[in-house]
Design a protein around this ligand. Structure first.
Ligand code: TXA
Ligand code: MG
Length: 337
């Protein structure tokens, strides 16, 4: 399970990842729970292994700026910061490049993507071998302390990962700083390994709560926008359509009939498959000619809880709660999640 990072072990880890399995690997900040970010099923398995009650977007780890630029659109600020801090503990949230191979689930359906090049030789060797961007949150169950040794990972994730690469203790020990560059004013969404002052030395002042354009206040709730369909969403349907041109997002074998279009998250009732399909199917049904989207009940077991959390918030976007984990600018570094 725990493997020293020999070239053979790294080749085996890369093969497992390409096969859709989960591999824990060291970075300079904390150990990551890695999956092929271009594979929705593999990404769903991350959420399952962490037991996250909701789908937060994940950080995508890349080998270099060139690979990052295949996934996201870089402006001058982003290029400058990447030159200054990569490889390193700075994650940049950037507009996702149309046609990017990174899975919708890894970005929680958003049009943005969070990227970093980790500063750890084992992580870089693995990325070089996999040749695909890796989604990797910290390798611990949701709500517990992030792991900074391979033994920490083994203690809480044994049986949930195919392999743990041992790179020794993490040098930094807290997560990367997450910087949002998708708006006019760059903003720290999560304080971390690179201090805000070092970022400001490169690109000037960062947005702080209570500063900037008062007409466009930056609240935690706004900092991490969630994908919500533009069509009205109706949950827990058991029967026929209730509006013109209503489409159905079904789960399980017994989908009700009569809808203008039906997509099934998982005919077999498999939660991992359903999670992998969720954002792509919502987008597929979110079309002008569709009058609304009805969703059949989804049991709250396993990933069903996260699926239902997302659907509930998509059905009532105006009361969407602020994001506790992600988007609280300028607070003490968070060590759990
Ligand atoms: O140090 C780290 O960053 C570790 C190691 C393993 O690299 N990784 C890590 O990943 O902490 P993760 O996936 O747990 O971090 C997710 C953070 C959350 O705060 C999330 O909200 C934010 O990044 N994030 C990811 N994608 C985002 C996006 N598109 N927009 C806004 N925030 C995003
Ligand atoms: Mg975490």
């Amino acid at each position: 399970m725990i493997c020293p990072p020999t070239p053979e072990a790294i080749a085996r880890a890369a093969a497992l990842l390409r096969d859709g399995r989960l591999v824990a690997f060291p970075t300079e900040t904390v150990y990551g729970l890695g999956a092929d970010s271009t594979n929705d099923r593999a990404v769903a398995a991350i959420f399952e292994a962490k037991g996250r009650p909701r789908f937060n977007p994940l950080i995508i780890h890349v080998a270099d700026v060139r690979q990052a630029a295949e996934a996201a659109v870089f402006d001058g600020r982003a290029r400058k910061l990447a030159r200054a801090f990569w490889p390193g503990a700075l994650t940049l949230v950037l507009p996702k490049r149309p046609g990017s191979a990174v899975s919708l689930l890894a970005c929680a359906g958003l049009d943005t993507v969070a990227l970093r090049v980790p500063n750890h030789e084992v992580a870089l060797a693995l990325l070089g071998e996999v040749k695909r961007p890796l989604a990797a949150p910290s390798a611990n169950p949701s709500g517990t302390v992030s792991p900074t040794t391979a033994a920490h990972v083994a203690a809480s994730m044994a049986g949930k990962v195919a392999m743990i690469l041992d790179g020794g203790p993490c040098r930094i020990g807290i997560e990367s700083t997450v910087l949002d560059l998708t708006g006019r004013d760059p903003c720290v969404l999560r304080p971390g390994g690179v201090p805000a002052s070092a970022i400001e030395a490169e690109i000037g002042p960062l947005a702080r709560p209570g500063t900037g354009d008062p007409a466009k206040p930056r609240s935690p709730g706004l900092a991490l926008r969630h994908y919500a369909p533009s069509r009205p969403l109706r949950l827990e349907t058991h029967g026929a359509p209730e509006r013109r041109n209503e489409a159905l997002l079904a789960f399980g074998p017994d989908a009700p009939a009569g809808y203008v279009r039906t997509l099934n998250l998982s005919v077999a009732g498999d939660m991992t498959e359903a999670a992998a399909n969720l954002f792509a199917m919502l987008r597929e049904l979110d079309r002008e000619e569709i009058g609304g989207i009805a969703v059949t009940p989804i049991p709250d077991r396993g990933l069903g809880e996260a699926i239902n959390d997302r659907l509930k918030r998509a059905a009532e976007p105006e009361i969407a709660a602020p994001e506790p984990e992600a988007a609280v600018p300028c607070r003490a570094p968070q060590r759990t999640g």
